[in-house]
Design a protein around this ligand. Structure first.
Ligand code: PRX
Length: 650
């Protein structure tokens, strides 16, 4: 976090207790839930689990063999059943999904509709040979077919792997191969700012190297606008297959610990890893947090603006809201198409009551100015949420004022792909808010801030955020790499889960998240490993060596900066900058495009050959140079710093 942001954190002294009207009607109004849960966390989670449907009740709430947890041991359930069949009696005609496409087309699926579509698609998957335990990859735009496919997978016990539609063909291929997926569900294309994203073309390219894929199911989304190649025998149109499929598909009775999905996320080393989430605990964790954090009620219209390609969409567009029987809004496109008021037009049109978005989006809206939200009636909103990165108090206050009309609590929710569910958050009917703080661990969650040696730090001392006890939606491991699970999360500090985040706790016990402390960059709320971008850069024939860092960016939180050494015979001309940026896009996707590339004859290294990223960060952020005494050649840094200043100033 930049000095400026920390400064602002300290300056914003206002406190926001729950507005009286909100508090009176809130799902949780009594702070004693924290003590109750603390006294008996397992009993607390068991009470939440009892709200849901189980074919067979669990024998034991938690079996904990550090670092391996089993939740609701012996329980049999099905998450698709809980998201659909459970609601048919009381909510048959209630809207489950309200969807808007970027061009303005709409689809509304009631619980009955969704149940039918999911049953059909589950049968389609079966007809293509998908059996319980087989993996299915989903590479789709934000269209209703995506949650339908996820729920169909959950129904038949085939774990899904959703790959964000902005990832490249190569990134898709890597994920399919790691998961050994049998079927890929994709679309001819998707809409983005009026242009077609050629998903099928990328999928075709990916499938040139995916031996496990037997079939691709293709949704027709953009039609004439995207010419698609077709491989007969492998490729199947979604609409053709659905037309022939029966509606009824009885759900599999899944074990609590059966794999529900894997989702790939960036770590500090190596390729993105497949975070594993299982059925029972994930269901209970997302169900209860959705209900309590968003204060979800029967008549709410809830909109989480994330893409389902990320964990936020999994937990808080699909599973959490649907397990609660909510109406969940989905939007396909960007906030600035056709104009910068698109989000506010959607809020007005559907009378959205709860809005959950990211700090980077809020800062973008701030930059565009309040005239866009002012054009619309946002009076339906009653609660706002944010997730993905630390929110600076200015953005928090702007959101509260200009979107929430000063009347809506703002829940700043901290969590991760690995945690599966929100872990640090206000409870909007209970918690007095401080702009910029995610406030407190959710009831039943153990969080601590420790120093280098793993000892708890005092108030306002910075340290590492760790989680001290298991929680229901926690990851169960890394797909195909059990050692990495142990090593990445449970080795840094013995006995506790290391989040990779820095944090401090103030004198009132409020948590303030301070960003990643490892080699993970958070660009506009998307996690990218420096190692991945470096690998993409050195894959280019002209590059000898690369070091990638995150630099502070006013809107995106962080941006990617790369220091690159070229091989003999290559020159550092402007075209090379573009070529390298494009190469990264091709290898990973547009989200990983470096903002800045600086060529250098050498990178600063320690005598043992490790690149000193800390120094690069100092250079890029214009700080005084850190300690360079361990450098093999201290002059390298001085030269780099001068070069950087020249380039950045240019
Ligand atoms: O650094 C934290 C940041 O996002 C990381 C997790 O990223 P990902 O797995 O992609 O999941 C994002 C959505 C859950 C965390 O390690 N982060 C997430 N939420 C917050 C946050 N940082 C500060 N405040 C938050 N509310």
């Amino acid at each position: 976090m930049s000095e400026r942001t920390i400064e602002a954190l300290l300056q914003e002294g206002r406190r926001f207790p729950p507005p009286e009207g909100f508090r009176q009607r809130a799902n949780v109004t009594d702070a004693r839930v924290y003590e109750d849960a603390e006294r008996d966390p397992e009993g607390f989670w068991a009470r939440a689990a009892a709200d849901l449907h189980w074919f067979r009740r669990w024998d034991q709430v938690l079996e904990w063999n550090l670092p391996y947890a089993k939740w609701f041991v012996g329980g049999k359930t099905n998450l698709s059943y809980n998201c659909l069949d459970q609601h048919l009696a009381a909510r048959r005609t209630k809207r489950a999904i309200v969807w808007q496409g970027e061009p303005g087309d709409e689809r509304v699926l009631t619980y009955e509709d969704l149940h039918r579509e999911v049953g059909r698609f589950a049968n389609v998957l079966k007809s293509l040979g998908v059996r319980r335990g087989d993996r299915v990859a989903l590479y789709l735009p934000m269209i209703p077919e995506l949650p339908i496919a996820m729920l169909a997978c959950a129904r038949i016990g085939a774990p899904h792997t959703v790959v964000f539609g902005g990832f490249s063909a190569e990134a898709l291929r890597d994920r399919i191969n790691d998961a050994k997926a049998k079927v890929l569900v994709t679309a001819d294309g998707g809409w983005r700012r009026g242009n077609v994203v050629p998903l099928k073309r990328n999928a075709d390219e990916a499938m040139q190297g995916t031996p496990s894929i037997e079939h691709a199911v293709v949704v027709r989304r953009v039609g004439e606008q995207a010419a698609v190649n077709w491989q007969p025998g492998r490729d199947v149109w979604w609409h053709t297959a659905m037309a022939q499929a029966p509606e009824r598909c009885d759900p599999e009775e899944m074990d609590s610990e059966d794999l529900l999905y894997t989702l790939y996320t960036s770590g500090t080393t190596g390729k993105p890893k497949g975070v594993m989430h299982t059925t029972g605990g994930y269901m209970v964790g997302t169900y209860l947090t959705t209900k309590w954090v968003f204060d979800l009620k029967e008549d709410d219209v809830y909109w989480c603006t994330a893409d389902i390609g990320w964990v936020t969409g999994h937990s808080y567009i699909v599973y959490g809201p649907l397990a609660n029987g909510a109406t969940t809004v989905m939007y396909e496109g960007t906030p600035d198409f056709p104009d910068k008021d698109r989000f506010w037009a959607i809020v007005e049109q559907y009378r959205v009551t709860i809005l959950y978005t990211a700090p980077t989006a809020i800062r973008t809206f701030m930059k565009w100015g309040p005239s866009y939200p002012e054009k619309h009636d946002l009076s339906s909103l009653r609660l706002l949420g944010t997730v993905g990165e630390p929110i600076n108090p200015e953005a928090w206050v702007w959101y509260h004022t200009h979107i929430g009309g000063g009347r809506c609590p703002v829940v700043d929710t901290w969590w991760q792909t690995e945690t599966g569910m929100i872990l640090i958050t206000p409870l909007p009917g209970v918690t007095t808010l401080k702009p910029g703080s995610a406030t407190r661990p959710f009831p039943g969650i153990g969080a601590e801030i420790v120093n280098d040696k793993g000892q708890p730090v005092g108030p306002n001392e910075g340290g590492y955020l760790v989680l001290t006890r298991p929680w229901p939606a926690m990851l169960r491991g890394i797909y195909g790499d059990p050692e990495r699970y142990q090593q990445q999360y449970w080795s840094r500090f013995p006995g506790v889960y290391f989040t990779g985040d820095g944090a401090k706790r103030d004198e009132d016990g409020y948590f303030w998240l301070l960003g990643r402390v490892d080699d993970v960059i958070n660009v506009a709320g998307h996690r990218i490993g420096t190692y991945e971008v470096e690998s993409a850069l050195v894959d280019h024939p002209a590059v000898a060596e690369a070091a990638v860092i995150g630099v502070t960016d006013e809107v995106k939180g962080q941006a990617i900066a790369a220091f690159v050494t070229l091989k003999e015979g290559h020159t550092s001309v402007a075209q090379m900058v573009e070529a390298l940026k494009e190469h990264v896009v091709k290898k990973i996707g547009a989200l990983a495009r470096p903002e800045q590339i600086l060529f250098t004859a050498e990178l600063p290294k320690t005598r043992s050959g490790k690149i000193m990223r800390r120094l690069l960060r100092d250079i890029a952020e214009g700080r005084i140079l850190g300690d360079t005494t361990t450098l093999a050649d201290p002059a390298v840094v001085q030269v780099l710093k001068e070069r950087y200043e020249e380039t950045a100033g240019a």
